[in-house]
Design a protein around this ligand. Structure first.
Ligand code: BYC
Length: 344
């Protein structure tokens, strides 16, 4: 990108993008902005100490903290099945997966901290309902098949989105994504394995997995975010290399990959309008219920209240750990505790 784009922002620029230009110009930061955008155009990573427009920082904190919250809240629907997994092997695998999600949340909170957000602020935003987390975790897990479908469909959707983010312009986020994607691939395999087993099982097992697909199909499509023409953040995120593919492009990619796989297992998709379009060589779905999406992300569903109650209780129960760490840090800073952990 060169200076021309800065002086003449495209007429299609989003409000966020226009605000970013306005702020940068008002602060006399035209040259810095041009240099920043040229670095992104060259494929360089932006690192924590580098100059960045305040709108770039704000967008990243918004997105990364929401992503972190999704990983943390995302432990709950599957975690509920750890004690009810049908075998020791399934239990061990699920336990490892849920622990991975906690780790992902940690990497992501750290990535957001590199931008100046504090853990306290982010947690406060989550627990007070100010911050969003992925729509998908506001649905209940009713049967064991739901665990398989979350791993197979939801983690696959997440992989497509996160593989894109592994190439994003902000170094700490991109690097966190590389490791997260490797682990997500394992998660997808565990889910796919459950779905295949149930689809090849008894009539009751097959009905159970079909029911799970029926309930999770549409929420999974919504995970990619609203349609491109109703996605206020996309323009600025794409301009600055945070997103490199749009919500609709990623959603279509997911549909084209997953539909033949589910059909091959003898499973159906709960969409009477789904059809293969020869002209575009892709699967076309019926309309997505975006009203439902809006209700769900605003937390206007019972599952959201339940998730927040569990997280709030966990936060309160963890108060003594935070206090102990604080006390230790104070004693360490005054030299009462040495680096080798021995008391003087
Ligand atoms: N859910 O302008 P748009 C996982 C909001 S966890 C809720 O298109 P953007 C897993 C959006 O925030 C993986 N809200 O937004 C974990 C915005 O509202 P605000 C989670 C959504 O950012 C455990 C408004 O709608 N992945 O896989 O350009 C176990 C307008 O949207 C959603 C990530 O978090 C949604 N699905 O694009 C198992 C990936 N979609 O903030 C599995 C990181 C949109 O302006 N995030 N909204 O008030 C992203 O890639 C992007 O933020 C999105 C949305 C593609 C999700």
């Amino acid at each position: 990108m060169d200076g021309t784009t800065i002086d003449s922002p495209e007429t299609s620029a989003s409000d966020a993008e226009k605000l970013a230009h306005f702020e940068a110009r008002a602060a006399g930061d035209d040259e810095k902005l041009a240099y920043f955008e040229a670095r992104i155009a060259r494929g360089e990573k932006i690192e924590p100490g580098d100059w960045m427009p305040s709108e770039y920082r704000r967008q990243l904190i918004r997105m990364i903290s929401q992503h972190a919250h999704s990983e943390i809240v995302g432990q709950l629907p599957e975690g509920a099945w750890i004690t009810r997994a049908p075998s020791l092997r399934r239990k061990m695998i699920l336990l490892a997966k849920v622990q991975d999600e906690a780790g992902h949340g940690e990497y992501l909170y750290h990535a957001a901290e590199t931008l100046g957000a504090t853990r306290e602020e982010m947690l406060e935003a989550l627990l007070s309902g100010k911050a969003k987390y992925s729509n998908i975790f506001n649905y209940p897990t009713l049967t064991w098949a739901d665990v398989g479908v979350i791993g197979y469909l939801v983690d696959f959707a997440a992989i497509l989105n996160q593989t894109m983010l592994a190439h994003c312009s902000y170094g700490p986020y991109a690097r966190a994504m590389v490791r997260i994607c490797m682990e997500e691939n394992f998660h997808k395999k565990q889910g796919q394995d459950i779905v295949i087993t149930l689809a090849r099982g008894t009539l009751r097992q097959k009905a159970m997995v079909q029911d799970a697909i029926n309930r999770w199909w549409w929420p999974t499509l919504m995970m990619f975010g609203p349609p491109d023409n109703d996605s206020p953040n996309s323009a600025v995120l794409i301009r600055w290399g945070i997103k490199t593919r749009t919500n609709d492009e990623l959603r279509q990619d997911f549909i084209d990959k997953i539909v033949p796989e589910l059909h091959a297992l003898g499973l159906t998709i709960p969409d009477p309008k789904l059809h293969y379009d020869q002209a575009s060589s892709s699967w076309k779905t019926g309309p997505i219920q975006w009203d439902e999406f809006r209700q769900v992300i605003r937390g206007r569903v019972p599952c959201n209240q339940e998730r927040m109650q569990v997280r709030t209780r966990a936060h309160e129960d963890g108060a003594w750990v935070r206090e102990a760490m604080q006390a230790y840090a104070e004693r360490y800073s005054t030299g009462v505790v040495s680096t080798s952990n021995e008391e003087h």
